[in-house]
Unconditional design. Sequence first.
Length: 95
Amino acid sequence: MTEATWGESAKTPDINWRMSASLENVPRGDTDIAEVTNLERAVRDWFRLDPEHREAAILTTDHAVQIEGVSSTTFTGEAITALAEHLPSTPTVEE
């Protein structure tokens, strides 16, 4: 028999910031092509965008991320902001 755990950690379990993620609909030179990177970098890159591109951006993760009890693999606008609230305080090293 498996024990269930209820509480705040069940609503937002640890996030794997190193999983693959793509940030789409953002300018990259003369085109708007998706960049595949890790989740942490994609979220940090999103914050560097101007407001117009932030609103148009789509962040897609390799695996579902659960925030406040809601699981998703696609994030936009306020959902990316909610995800960013859980960012680790120090950036990970890119390999």
